[in-house]
Write a protein that binds this ligand. Structure first.
Ligand SMILES: [Zn+2]
Ligand SMILES: [Zn+2]
Length: 402
């Protein structure tokens, strides 16, 4: 069946590139992917699918392909949203929507899944089961990403989905490689806001006030002790404060300062302890200066946990597409957040990382995800379409044999 996947992937390749470039030129931010969703639905409706649903989980789209033979149901997921970033690439298909950019490769994910749908439709009669296509909005909108709404609207049910496959374009890996590993493959990503309160006074008479800025600086330093002294040495975590704003005028002692940051963890037990550790550090440090600190800890996406049995099936499929040498060695878990985790909490799931660094570009020269110069190698899209199709077919076969 793999020969057919290759044949049809080549046939649809110009369309993959064309769709990708169109999506890249017309990015939309989370929960506003209306034109993107319409574009996806229009293309799906031209295919011999059994059902295409729009307005799922907001502006998501789902579709169902019933194979010619009975069997399990596999779901394939792509995300459609872009980021509020001004694109700095010089390509002729750069964003036409100023201030918005597909800097996380979700345009590629959507284009690849559209072509995979076309390829699998060509093979409809011989498919041993059904395929659900999920195009979700708002992956970037933590803590309430698009995945939860899609699940609430039933994308994993009727008929019940047995396994979910997803992937992400991965700039540190070269084109022609893919990373598939069991267990945690993303971080739990939580949002932290600390409000430090003091008392305003004239800048010349600091003893009559309580300096919220100084207390906030002490809080910032105290937070650094969490990863180094609270998290067990074999575990890892990140506590990063991205913004710090305090005071109103150069000659007034600040009454209030706000620190805003992110917390990334991999082990659920470390994640559980984080709010307490942060609260102790922040309150203690602020109180040392007579100020007070209020901590708001909002839980975002949990870790994506790959099911070992699905990882094994996906590796088998990937070996056909990339060759054994194309299976990347096990990587350290990237501290990114990813709302694919919600599907993985409900069903056995697998999230793969697809190499997209062009040949000849060194890893240090490849712009990262969320960078204003990030662009995936267009050749990676072909690998991606083949992999999605091969993984879907192999999953249907292997699960059907059980
Ligand atoms: Zn992203
Ligand atoms: Zn992403």
């Amino acid at each position: 069946m793999y020969d057919k996947i290759v044949k049809f992937e080549e046939q649809y390749r110009p369309e993959t590139i064309e769709n990708y470039k169109h999506l890249h030129m017309h990015p939309e931010i989370s929960y506003e992917e209306r034109e993107t969703a319409a574009f996806v639905a229009e293309r799906l409706k031209k295919l011999p699918l059994d059902e295409v649903k729009t307005g799922v989980g907001g502006c998501g789209v789902s579709a169902q392909l019933r194979g010619g033979r009975p069997g399990p149901v596999v779901a394939l997921r792509a995300d459609m949203d872009a980021l509020s970033i001004t694109e700095k690439t010089a390509v002729d298909y750069a964003s036409r929507n100023h201030g918005v950019m597909h800097a996380c490769g979700h345009d590629g994910h959507t284009a690849m899944l559209l072509s995979a749908a076309a390829v699998l439709c060509e093979m409809k009669e011989e498919l041993p089961g059904s395929v659900r296509f999920i195009f979700q909005p708002a992956e970037e909108k933590t803590p309430r990403g698009g995945a939860q709404g899609m699940i609430e609207d039933g994308v994993l049910d009727s008929p019940r989905v047995d396994a979910v496959l997803g992937m992400h374009l991965w700039p540190s890996l070269p084109t022609g490689e893919i990373a598939i590993q069991p267990g945690a493959v993303s971080a739990a990503s939580d949002h932290l806001t600390i409000k430090v309160s003091g008392k305003a006074s004239h800048g010349a008479i600091p003893d009559e006030g309580i300096d919220a800025n100084l207390a906030a600086a002490a809080v910032l330093v105290a937070l650094q002790g969490i990863v180094s002294r609270r998290v067990p040495p074999r575990e890892s975590a990140v506590v990063s404060i991205g913004t710090m704003n305090g005071g109103t005028k150069y000659n007034i002692i600040a009454e209030e300062a706000v620190l805003d940051g992110t917390v990334r963890t991999f082990n659920p037990s470390v994640r559980e302890m984080m709010p307490k550790w942060i609260e102790q550090a922040a309150k203690g440090a602020a109180e040392a200066y007579g100020a007070s600190a209020a901590v708001d800890y909002v839980k975002g996406y949990p870790s994506v946990i790959n099911a070992p049995e699905v990882a094994e099936i996906a590796r088998e499929a990937a070996a056909a597409v990339f060759g054994e040498q194309g299976l990347a060695p096990e990587m350290p878990i990237p501290p990114i957040g990813e709302d694919f985790s919600f599907y993985a909490q409900k069903r056995p799931a697998l999230f793969a990382m697809l190499g997209c660094r062009p040949q000849g570009v060194q890893p240090e020269d490849m712009p990262a995800l969320h960078n204003d110069k990030f662009l995936p190698d267009l050749k990676a899209l072909s690998y991606g379409v083949r992999y999605i199709c091969a993984a879907a077919v192999t999953t249907l076969k292997r699960l059907g044999e059980k």
